[in-house]
Design a binder for this molecule. Sequence first.
Ligand SMILES: Nc1ncnc2c1ncn2[C@@H]1O[C@H](COP(=O)(O)OP(=O)(O)OP(=O)(O)O)[C@@H](O)[C@H]1O
Ligand SMILES: [Mg+2]
Length: 296
Amino acid sequence: MSINSRFRPKGRNWPLIWAFVVECGGSTKTTSATSMAVTAALRGYPGVVYDLDSNLSSSLVLGYDEIALKGKKTVLDLLLGKATLDQVALPARYRIGDGYDDDAFALIPNLRVVPSSPDMAGADTAIAADADRNDWFAEILHSYEGDDTVFYMDFPASYGKLPYSVLRMLDEEDSVIPSIKADPKDVKMVKRLIDELERVRDKNRGRRSVPGRPTLNHMLLTGTPTASYTEAAARRATELAEALYASVLLPYIRYSADAKKLYEDEAPLQVILPNSVPSVDYRKVMTHLGFPDLAA
Ligand SMILES: Nc1ncnc2c1ncn2[C@@H]1O[C@H](COP(=O)(O)OP(=O)(O)OP(=O)(O)O)[C@@H](O)[C@H]1O
Ligand SMILES: [Mg+2]
């Protein structure tokens, strides 16, 4: 299969990189990373979700809890240079029955997940102890040979050496995508992200071995007001985001109590509730980003 050149900017051998990052706990990074990845995969665009967070949230949503991961390789093996992407990435799946046999799960086509490990809490320390580890993601990209369209990077809510090792590999065609709740507190955290990206660009200016140009091309606002969800804070946050960031705002993901089912049922909303408000809204976002349903 030949891959559309828009998924290989500047003729490089690796896919688009979308970094779901912002130093704000519970801001909907994991919900958006997994929802967009599943939406695209169901539409026929292959991808990989990298779970970089020691809380294992996106691993869980894509079918792998700590028990399922016993004895399996994780993103920590990638970070330590002990495994290849194809050895670590697992087929995304969701629970349809009890237990851990294969028949307790159904596969999500076109999607793989690089699972995390609780030991990823020590990722920054591991990079600090061995400066070569800073290149782990660069090595994955340079040796990549597959047909994925996007790498969806789900980050912990902190800036540090691990986010830096990924962010410095982004070019302008990639995107840093803060996914934030319609909450004034979340909107205010975006300024610090912009400062952090500027720091990464400054540090890498003039380097030839890494692109070093992480760019905030898109922003997701989630839990926005609806006819039945009329919180004043959500309205104020939406106005603030429009005033400050109109040029990068994606179509809104409206508030829905369904959203928490992602964790309750350990399955993506797009699969268990394809007609729920967030499922509809994430489809709109992916169409907007150039991933239309080719079968529709
Ligand atoms: N559209 C929505 N409407 C209402 N609640 C939502 C919506 N989307 C996500 N949520 C809820 O927001 C909470 C936080 O989401 P999520 O875990 O994706 O955030 P996160 O940024 O990844 O958190 P962490 O910093 O812990 O990694 C979850 O309980 C989720 O159900
Ligand atoms: Mg998360």
